[in-house]
Design a protein around this ligand. Structure first.
Ligand SMILES: Cc1ncc(COP(=O)(O)O)c(C=O)c1O
Length: 384
């Protein structure tokens, strides 16, 4: 019997090695990776600069408590923060959202938060309470009070924001929810309502941030300016690091003793984050957009016409292929694994693609061909 809680339904193989955007299992089988972990290893599995900075730090001090200043945190914050924002470092996406939730209540002196149906913000109590998916919170009540859910992309959300609202939290692309994009006009109107009511806008960029969508943060493509941004996942390319970024006006609400963490902002994770952010140049982001265009064209030609495909949604290198109910996404993922390719699922029977951002255009084309043949295989089997 395993000595682990069975909190994950796991695939049959263990990944033990990798390079570039290739992973290798314990039977030496190779896989073309279209997952990046779950949107984590955007720079793949053998990035020289990140490896160098991390191994260099491993040879020095790994950890000092946050009772001492950290030049490494200052450097990463400078590279990460949009103008006029400051950072708080933690270890994960859910922790970044916990920090955002606490800061919003403390800074505004208000308690109510509006979150969205089909959204996902993490598994700790605060973040789970903000997550608009009842199976995530099933069995864990009572949740954190004064959280109300609104319909995503619907004007009805505007009426739910009132003068008593501390914050509105959302993903500009709902990742776990099936890669659902916010409507730009709706989002700018929502921001306007937040301003009128003195509510802070928190944008959860845990999955969408750090170049995934072709810009450093996805919100940049939606014409909004959040008060608080949360990020994690790709920030450390696999080392645990999260960050909550907030406007400078919020600094007094998070003074000494108000919030903290033992491990957050440790020097090894900061070395990884520095390596990631130093490579997230405008030229690199342009290359991501170019690859995303190749992926879009391939999907439109090869995948969209298949009868089993209901719709395709995409922003940058984040894709959701929503499948017809006759085909189970789990079967497609299993067939692709047999064929040497890794993919992900998301809500609503969606095949989710989050390839490393360094993948070659050739392997994007090759991967889409593999998806096409797996969809056909699974279609045939499930018709029988
Ligand atoms: C949008 C979003 N927010 C928060 C989280 C939680 O992040 P973590 O698993 O690092 O706690 C996730 C994880 O999938 C996510 O996609």
């Amino acid at each position: 019997m395993s000595n682990l809680f069975h909190t994950y339904n796991q695939f049959p193989m263990e990944i033990v090695d990798g390079h570039d955007w290739t992973l290798i299992d314990n039977q030496q089988k190779e896989y073309l990776d279209f997952t990046s972990g779950i949107g984590v290893c955007s720079f793949g599995y053998s990035n020289e600069l990140i490896n160098h900075l991390v191994t260099n730090q491993i040879g020095k001090v790994w950890h000092t408590s946050n009772l001492y200043p950290s030049q490494a945190q200052e450097e990463v914050a400078k590279l990460l923060c949009p103008d006029g924002m400051v950072a708080f470092f933690c270890n994960s996406g859910t922790e970044a959202n916990e920090a955002a939730f606490k800061l919003a209540r403390k800074a505004t002196g208000k308690t109510n938060v509006i979150a969205f149906k089909n959204g996902f913000h993490g598994r700790t109590y605060g973040s789970m309470s903000l997550t608009g998916n009842s199976h995530i919170s099933e069995g864990f009540a009572p949740l954190v009070p004064n959280v109300e859910f609104a319909e995503y992309n619907s004007e009805s959300a505007f009426e739910q924001v009132t003068d008593d609202t501390a914050a509105v939290i959302l993903e500009v692309v709902q990742g776990e929810g099936g890669v659902v994009l916010a409507d730009k006009q709706w989002l700018t109107e929502l921001q306007e309502v937040c301003h009128q009511c003195g509510a802070l806008m928190i944008v959860d960029e845990v999955q969408t941030g750090i170049g995934r969508t072709g810009t450093k943060f996805a919100y940049e493509q939606f014409g909004i300016e959040p008060d608080i941004i949360t990020c994690a996942k790709a920030l450390g390319n696999g080392l645990p690091v999260g960050a909550m970024l907030g406007k400078e006006k919020l600094v007094p609400a998070f003074g000494p003793g108000s919030h903290g963490t033992t491990f957050g902002g440790n020097k090894v994770s900061m070395a990884a984050a520095k390596g990631v952010l130093q490579q997230l140049t405008p030229e690199f982001l342009d290359s991501v957009s170019q690859k995303a265009n190749v992926l879009k064209e391939e999907l439109a030609v090869q995948i969209k016409p298949l009868p089993v495909v209901k719709s395709i949604s995409q922003l940058g290198m984040m894709v959701g292929i929503k499948l017809d109910d006759q085909v189970a996404v789990a079967d497609v993922i299993a067939d692709l694994q047999k064929a040497g390719m890794l993919t992900l699922s998301a809500e609503h029977n969606t095949l989710r693609l989050l390839p490393p951002l360094i993948i070659s255009e050739g392997d994007i084309v090759f991967g889409v061909e593999k998806i096409k043949s797996s969809l056909k295989n699974v279609m045939v089997v499930e018709e029988q």
